[in-house]
Design a protein around this ligand. Structure first.
Ligand SMILES: [Zn+2]
Length: 287
């Protein structure tokens, strides 16, 4: 990791470990909007994720996302690849980007690429991440809309990866939803596994059309769910703050953290672990 990036991350109090950007002019996921939302909500840094979706829309290549973010010092990038159709080229590309310190992690989407996380063919991606000491983040659980294969991103498969690559830091996004207890067990068992709670309170148009009553009930349920994960793990060392912006807003997620703080009597240290400390650990940045 570049020195200036490390310095920037060390100083950040709130890091959003999970944001998306788009190259499409009609998309909400614009870099200017992201920057506005971050500065308006006190989000000091963010991780933007490349995405290769051979079966659906919404892809953004490594070069595209690096080009969008190049003038934003507080937005760093996780590279990705098309593991389904273009594994070799993808690994070579990631290696080049890692060598040049242009990315700080790798994001994989098993449910959208129809590949199981413990498939041997992905070993070289994990070996690469281990060699460069960068984390691998997985989209887990729900795959929105068809074609999406929920079975590929069940948290249980991350256990095999964590076992086989003990030096590799793994981030399971979205708490493995709907298999949240399974994701919690994988994080509990493996010291190298973290969980992010991004994308659970979503403000997609479909959800926005719901009545206030159901939105409130849903939010209460989500807060209870995340709180139960921390109670189950008896601590905050494994939990990472991430939003899935623009699918979830920074406002709603900061409110969520406030609710968790109240619900669990989180102290300053515990809150810092969630908001920045744990992702820094996963990134190998010492505070
Ligand atoms: Zn996401």
């Amino acid at each position: 990791m570049r020195k200036e990036v490390k310095r920037m991350l060390k100083k950040a109090s709130i890091i959003d470990n999970h944001v998306h950007l788009s190259v499409h002019s009609k998309s909400r996921a614009k870099i200017e909007e992201l920057e506005k939302s971050m500065s308006g909500n006190g989000i000091d840094a963010a991780i933007a994720l490349a995405a290769y979706f051979p079966r659906k829309t919404g892809s953004i290549t490594n070069e595209q996302i690096l080009s969008l973010t190049k003038n934003y010092n507080n937005i760093v990038v996780f590279g990705s690849l098309d593991a389904e159709n273009n594994l070799q080229e993808g690994v070579a590309d990631l290696e080049k980007l890692l060598t040049k310190d242009r990315i700080v992690g790798i994001k994989l989407y098993p449910g959208y690429q129809f590949v199981y996380p413990n498939d041997k063919k992905l070993d070289e991606v994990y070996e690469l991440a281990e060699r460069f000491k960068v984390p691998v983040m997985f989209h887990s659980g729900l795959a929105y809309k068809s074609p999406g294969g929920i079975r590929f991103s069940r948290p249980i498969y991350f256990d095999d990866v964590a076992d086989k690559f003990p030096e590799l830091k793994i981030i399971i996004s979205h708490l493995g939803d709907p298999d949240i207890r399974q994701a919690t067990a994988v994080a509990h068992k493996n010291s190298n596994v973290y969980l992010d709670f991004s994308g659970l309170v979503s403000n997609t148009t479909k959800n926005q059309q719901r009545s206030e009553k159901w939105k409130r009930k849903n939010e209460e349920y989500i807060i209870e769910t995340i709180a139960n994960v921390m109670i189950d793990l008896m601590g905050t060392e494994k939990i990472i703050f991430g939003t899935d912006w623009p699918i979830s807003s920074h406002e709603s997620y900061l409110l969520l953290v406030d609710s968790l703080e109240e619900r669990l009597d989180l102290n300053g240290k515990e809150k810092r672990q969630i908001l920045s400390g744990n992702i820094l650990k996963a990134l190998g940045v010492k505070k």
